[in-house]
Design a protein around this ligand. Sequence first.
Ligand code: SAH
Ligand code: SF4
Length: 388
Amino acid sequence: MTAPITQDVLTIPRKLPEGGKPNLVGMTRDQMRAALIEAGTAEKQAKMRVGQVWQWVYHWGVRDFEAMTNLAKDYRALLAQHFVLEVPEVVTKQVSTDGTRKYLVRIAGGHEVEVVYIPETDRGTLCISSQVGCTLTCSFCHTGTQKLVRNLTAAEIVGQVMLARDDLNEWPVQGAPKNETRLVSNIVLMGMGEPLYNFENVRDAMKVVMDGEGIALGRRRITLSTSGVVPEIARTAEEIGCLLAVSFHATTDEVRDQLVPINKKWNIATLLEALKAYPGLTNSERITFEYVMLDHVNDSKEDAYRLVELLRGIPAKVNLIPFNEWPGAPYKRSSGNRIHAFADIIYQAGYSSPIRTPRGEDIMAACGQLKSATEKQRKSATKTTVQG
Ligand code: SAH
Ligand code: SF4
């Protein structure tokens, strides 16, 4: 957090959703079809209409019915009369010295969530949120100190991907050669909230994002991180099909009860059973075990050996996350030596054990730092905010 801060803080004014009209963004194809019929589209034509609107919205990134030029003028007017196409409003954007971008976005009700874009040489990962706050209270997580305000809608989840593509200028340009390199090439559901406590909306949103006629991100480019909501794990594979990451963080129930309190409901043994049964689990689709490195809490060599034992029989990789500190946090980050010693033991046992490089620390965009820190940052940032 000592890195020099080069911030690009700006305000992009945009209208909040117009009251009342349903938002076509975030609807599955079936939902959109039903909505179009209800608005007066002939049943026979509805499937085709969905295809056309879908392509405008999710392939071309168009958000103005008037611009949908292959639709008759009357039909465009009908759409505009009944529907809106809205994504969350970007309130501020900050750019880290390492290129990480953090968007603070406002959703209906005036609530705010954060979205983080992390560019790397071979990929660009968008970290999106599924809830405002969280019902769970993991003791090392800043989001966990904030009560759950509400679940995000599917529109608000898909909208995070769309607004990032807007900002990165990633929508294709008609007539221009196809751009093969994707800026948002991967999505991780690792922002604010527990995605499996908002299952239906997350599932519907990911269906939209994966649809081949639109944003078209393959299911293996999406990773959902859960703290361990056991009853929803099998459904994640069946109904979404994305990759799974689990916030493991401890090797005994005693310690995990403290760090990830949901462990009191579904303990390590129960969680591991559910993971072993994860449908379609193969070596190429290994489960990621996230493990936050907390100094002298869960980072001993004994922990590393115990973790290896627990992983036995599960195609897994271990992602070690150096703890990101936040004001008032009851933990310290493990030393580099302890993290490396831990990683070596896991690696020697045959599991990949990368250490996650904290990204965007200077703008408080790293794992577990979201939201409350932003409020603090914004207070000082308002001085430099450019009103558009
Ligand atoms: N609620 C989900 C997803 C969001 S958290 C979950 O818990 O899995 C994304 C990851 O960041 C989780 O592995 C979480 O445990 C981790 N994390 C939370 N706070 C952190 C912090 N302060 N430092 C490092 N990692 C943290
Ligand atoms: Fe919620 Fe995940 Fe944070 Fe736990 S780590 S409080 S589940 S966001």
